[in-house]
Ligand binder design. Structure first.
Ligand SMILES: NC(=O)C1=CN([C@@H]2O[C@H](COP(=O)(O)OP(=O)(O)OC[C@H]3O[C@@H](n4cnc5c(N)ncnc54)[C@H](OP(=O)(O)O)[C@@H]3O)[C@@H](O)[C@H]2O)C=CC1
Ligand SMILES: CC(=O)N[C@@H](CCC(=O)OP(=O)(O)O)C(=O)O
Length: 352
């Protein structure tokens, strides 16, 4: 497709946080035109009723989810729906020639039994699922290029895997010693009302949840195993922070070679991510803050070694809604379409 021709895009789940990031990003994307916004509870509402601040730029109404209408109007469809819905919707969309980028967990798993065990949903779309590619461009760029169906990673797996991948791929750590301690802002829970995300509950407080059982654990383990070539188990603990956006993942692991120092690892990380424009490796002794990544598609990585414990510590900061969700999906779209990977994606934060 020539660069002068805009592609037609639909966003299903447009009323949600993922949906509104996509609308915001794609509205400014030079090669995309949003032609369909879909939803359920919000169907029939003008987008400006849901998000008045976008009323001057987006003159569309949310439509009910109608496969015929979507496939007749859209070349590409983004699905920003709760887990367990995309696997019913994607097969007919793919069959009718649409490219699909799913923000949920439905197409992240190679082994659907693992998915069903953790997400409590049986699957009948095995053939479609086989064609899905895990949408982490820094690891699977080549596969994404030729894919029609992308399972975009979760926000915690994105932050965690960006920190872990060079260590696993290069065999630098004992994989079973990996501990991921991650903290997220409340927008990670989506826009639907949930008691624990109320200001009165979350503000001024900080705690872990899903300890030893969060559903992102098997997702991180799947990709870690792919990188090492054998089954890997990790310890993953998420926490909810009283802030809106951002994830900081702190990853600890025992080094195989305790003689490795921070400078060695900085060199290894810089080489590993040399073709990845959104990864910013911080120089000696600088550790990332979520505010630096907010509103951008960047992932900041800070690296340290501790000669007392023979461990490496990697800190990874992203915006959960951009690199952890919608921005990553747009990055995948750019790759699928053969466009510049950075097209339409913010690379500089506003500060503070
Ligand atoms: N928030 C985050 O940081 C991240 C989220 N994700 C994943 O992305 C997906 C979207 O998340 P997020 O945007 O936060 O979610 P939200 O809760 O903010 O939005 C969910 C959307 O799904 C629609 N929806 C809900 N139920 C149905 C249904 N039965 N049929 C059709 N549409 C439905 C809603 O539309 P309507 O209002 O019209 O009913 C709404 O637009 C989820 O799978 C989530 O796990 C992935 C990475 C990060
Ligand atoms: C703070 C918060 O609640 N975060 C969400 C993660 C959102 C996400 O990425 O979840 P999916 O894998 O379902 O897409 C959670 O822990 O459930």
């Amino acid at each position: 497709m020539g660069e002068s021709e805009k592609i037609s895009v639909g966003i299903i789940g447009a009323s949600g946080y993922g949906g509104v990031q996509l609308v915001r990003l794609l509205q400014e994307h030079p090669l995309v035109e949003i032609v369909y916004l879909g939803g359920k509870g919000s169907a029939g509402l003008a987008y400006s009723e849901l998000y008045p601040h976008l009323g001057h730029a987006v003159d569309l109404t949310i439509e009910p989810i109608d496969v015929e209408a979507i496939t007749s109007r859209c070349q590409v469809v983004f699905l920003g729906l709760p887990n367990g819905l995309a696997c019913d919707l994607a097969p007919p969309l793919i069959e009718k020639g649409c490219k699909v980028l799913d923000l949920s967990a439905d197409y992240r798993f190679k082994n659907l039994e693992t998915y069903s065990n953790w997400y409590n949903k049986d699957r009948s779309d095995l053939e479609t699922a086989k064609t899905a590619v895990y949408g982490l461009p820094e690891l699977y760029r080549d596969e994404i290029k030729s894919a029609s169906l992308i399972g975009c990673p979760g926000c915690y797996p994105t932050a965690s895997l960006m920190a872990l991948s060079p260590l696993l791929k290069q065999g630098l750590i004992l994989p079973e010693t990996t501990i991921i301690d991650a903290k997220s802002g409340t927008s990670g829970g989506g826009r639907q009302a949930k008691t624990h995300l109320l200001l009165a509950e979350a503000e001024g407080s900080f705690g872990a949840y899903g300890v030893a059982k969060h559903r992102h654990t098997p997702e991180i383990e799947q990709i870690s195993s792919d990188l090492t070539g054998h089954e890997v188990r990790v310890q993953f603990t998420p926490h909810l922070l009283p802030m809106v956006r951002g994830i900081l993942a702190t990853v600890y692991a025992t080094l195989r070679d305790p003689g490795l120092v921070r400078e060695d690892l900085l060199t290894i990380y810089s080489a590993f991510y040399r073709s990845s424009p959104f990864v910013k490796i911080l120089s000696n002794g600088v550790y990332p803050q979520t505010k630096w990544a907010c509103w951008t598609n960047l992932c900041y990585l800070g690296i340290e070694t501790d000669p007392r414990t023979d461990r490496v510590i990697v800190l990874s900061a992203i915006d959960n809604l951009i690199k952890g969700q919608a921005g990553q999906a747009v990055q995948c779209l750019n790759i699928m379409m053969g466009w510049e990977e950075t097209l339409g994606l913010p690379q500089l934060a506003f500060y503070p």
